[in-house]
Design a protein around this ligand. Structure first.
Ligand code: HEC
Length: 208
C-alpha cells in the first residue's frame, strides 16, 4: 500500500516535470497527462468527491496569479460573478444562534475523505481569524473579527456585507483565500445565520 503511494507520488512528480516542459513547448500534452494521473490517483470517499479536481475558471486564473494581482478588468469580472452567486436569506432573517455559531467557528471538520457523507460541517473560522476575546488559539491569515459589532454596527449594509463575505469572499477580493462557505455548499444558510449571530449578537463572546 505504502509502496504503491510512493510510486504514485513519483509518477506525479515525473508527469508534473514533463507538464512543465509541455507548457514551455506549448503543446499541452504534459498537462493532459498530469490531469490523467491525478484523476486516476484519487477515489471519491466521505465528503471528498472527485468534482474538486476540476478547477473553476476563477481558481485557474487565481492559481496562475500567486500574488492575487490581476488586471483590473479581470479582477472586476471575477468579483461581479462572485457577487451574483450570493443567495441572501429569503425571509430577511440574518441572524441565528451565536452559541451554534461559536461551535461552527471552532469546528474544522467537513469536506475531508474521513468525514461521513452526512456529517455536519464546520467553518474553521478560528483557523484564520481571532473571534472571541477569550479563545487564545487562532490563526492570523484573516483580520481579527473581535468586537465586530462595535466596529461595523448592526445596519443592513453591514449584515449584507458580512453575509456576502461568508457566502463568497471572491465578491470583494477576486483571489481571496477564504473558503466560499455558501457558494461551495460548505455551510448551510442556517449555519451561516448562526455564524452571523456570532459576529453581530451583542451577547456573543465576539462582542463582550
Ligand atoms: C483560510 C482562511 C480563512 C478562513 C478559514 C476564514 N476566513 Fe474569513 N477572511 C479571510 C481573509 C484572508 C479575509 C480578508 C478578506 C479577503 O481576502 O477575502 C477574511 C475576511 C473575513 C471577513 C471580513 C472582515 C471585515 O473586516 O469585514 C469576515 C466577516 C470573515 N472573514 C468571516 C469569516 C467566518 C465567519 C469564517 C468561518 C465560517 C471565516 N471567515 C473563515 C480568511 C479566512
Amino acid at each position: 500500500m505504502r509502496a504503491n503511494r510512493v510510486a504514485q507520488s513519483m509518477a506525479l512528480v515525473m508527469v508534473a516535470c514533463s507538464a512543465e516542459r509541455g507548457g514551455v513547448a506549448g503543446d499541452g500534452t504534459g498537462q493532459a497527462a498530469l490531469e490523467k494521473v491525478v484523476a486516476s490517483s484519487f477515489r471519491a470517499r466521505g465528503q471528498a468527491g472527485l468534482d474538486r479536481l476540476q478547477q473553476s475558471e476563477m481558481q485557474r486564473i487565481c492559481s496562475r496569479a500567486p500574488t492575487g494581482q490581476l488586471p483590473a478588468d479581470l479582477q472586476q469580472r471575477l468579483q461581479r460573478e462572485a457577487l451574483q452567486s450570493v443567495r441572501f436569506p429569503e425571509d430577511g432573517r440574518w441572524l441565528g444562534k451565536w452559541q451554534q455559531g461559536e461551535k461552527i467557528a471552532q469546528s474544522g471538520t467537513g469536506m475531508q475523505y474521513s468525514d461521513a457523507a452526512d456529517a455536519p460541517r464546520g467553518g474553521g473560522c478560528y483557523g484564520c481569524h481571532q473571534l472571541s476575546g477569550t479563545e487564545i488559539a487562532y490563526g492570523t491569515i484573516g483580520p481579527s473579527l473581535y468586537r465586530y459589532l462595535e466596529r461595523k454596527g448592526a445596519g443592513s449594509d453591514a449584515m449584507q456585507r458580512a453575509w456576502t463575505q461568508i457566502w463568497n469572499a471572491h465578491a470583494y477580493n477576486a483571489c481571496s483565500v477564504m473558503p466560499r462557505f455558501g457558494d461551495a455548499g460548505i455551510l448551510t444558510p442556517e449555519q451561516i445565520r448562526d455564524v452571523m449571530a456570532l459576529l453581530f449578537d451583542p451577547q456573543s463572546p465576539v462582542n463582550r
